[in-house]
Design a binder for this molecule. Structure first.
Ligand code: NAP
Length: 306
């Protein structure tokens, strides 16, 4: 039986692995279908402390993985396909066949930005298409940008992006925003932000990098092209928690609820990173909570085993 199993190989999972490995708990980490997590889809990461010349997202994740490996983390490629958190020890099935038992489990399976599913979006992701203004806004100094969405994220991203961009056009599918009043007011007051109402983006244009979008007015059906260097899709995130449905407490959007640090309502199960954080969603905050989960798991084991 394992002391610690970690689900997820983003900053939260790998930091939890580094800490539990150094605590001699011989962690086993199940990497998930996209090993390295969301950062493997970004280019330069300029806001992760310690890399003053920036580091490429995939390189940062390779470094973290090597660090976790150096202290003895065992890695399993693939995904967890079933869990049973109602029994002790906790039980997991990996890749549909291998069964594992563990005393503690750290869930760091992350979240996925919801995508529009339109032509050009996946192909140009990281080449003008982004789902994170904090991460990528800086690359668009002096450029024109489009933000898609009408919620708090879209308002926050649009307002933030005006620090760099000459103009930010918010494309929203209705004529009313979903965002809170304070966020709306902030965006409305900003002279660089303009709104394109009742409209959707049908196509992201560009060969190697984004050069524009095709916008369709949903009321008139009329389409037009808008030049821009970047498209920020801000239509929400979805935590990767369907596997745990009915077995662990979550909020209405599926984020795992934690208390006293990273503890969930199931004894021995801890959650770290974006899977339990809809607010900050940064690599550094995910890494921080991965460290917390490792320490919480270690203390839980100590309290049970003396
Ligand atoms: P959200 O509130 O769910 O808003 C998503 C927006 O995207 C909505 O305006 C929605 O349009 C639009 N949308 C959804 N699917 C779309 C599609 N396929 N095509 C075009 N538009 C689409 O998500 P969020 O803005 O990420 O916010 C999530 C939560 O985090 C909220 O509770 C929010 O308050 C919170 N948050 C808070 C802050 C803050 O306080 N600083 C910042 C960010 C987020 P409709 O309006 O037509 O549905």
């Amino acid at each position: 039986m394992r002391h610690v199993v970690i689900i997820g190989s983003g900053p939260a999972g790998l930091t939890a692995a580094i800490y539990t490995a150094r605590a001699n708990l011989s962690p086993l980490l199940i990497e998930g279908l996209r090993a390295g997590g969301q950062l493997t889809t970004t280019t330069e990461v300029e806001n992760y402390p310690g890399f003053h010349h920036a580091i490429m997202g995939p390189d940062l994740m390779r470094e973290m993985r090597a660090q976790a490996e150096r202290f003895g983390t065992e890695f399993v490629a693939g995904e967890v396909t079933a869990v049973d958190l109602k029994r002790s020890p906790l039980s997991l099935t990996v890749n549909g066949e291998e069964r594992l038992e563990t005393k503690t489990l750290i869930i760091a399976s992350g979240a996925s930005a919801i995508q529009l599913g339109i032509p050009g979006e996946s192909r140009l992701m990281g080449h003008g298409v982004s789902t994170c203004a904090t991460c990528d806004g800086y690359f668009f100094r002096g450029k024109e940008l489009v933000v898609v969405g009408g919620g708090d994220s879209a308002m926050e991203e649009a307002t933030f992006l005006t620090k760099f961009a000459t103009r930010v056009s918010v494309v929203h599918r209705r004529d009313k925003l979903r965002a809170s009043k304070i966020m709306q007011d902030r965006a409305f007051k900003n002279e660089k932000v303009t709104f394109i109402w009742n409209s959707v983006v049908d196509d992201i244009l560009g060969d190697k990098v984004v050069t524009g979008v095709r916008v369709r007015n949903v009321e008139t059906g009329r389409t037009s092209e808008l030049n821009c260097a970047g498209v920020f899709v801000a239509i929400g995130h979805s935590p990767n928690t369907s596997l745990f449905a009915g077995q662990i407490e979550m909020d209405t959007k599926g984020y795992i609820l934690t208390k006293n640090g990273t503890a969930t309502n199931v004894p021995g199960v801890f959650a770290a990173g974006d899977v339990q954080d809809s607010r900050y969603r940064q690599a550094v905050t995910a890494a921080g909570s991965g460290c917390m989960a490792a320490m919480d798991a270690e203390r839980y084991l100590e309290s049970r085993e003396g």
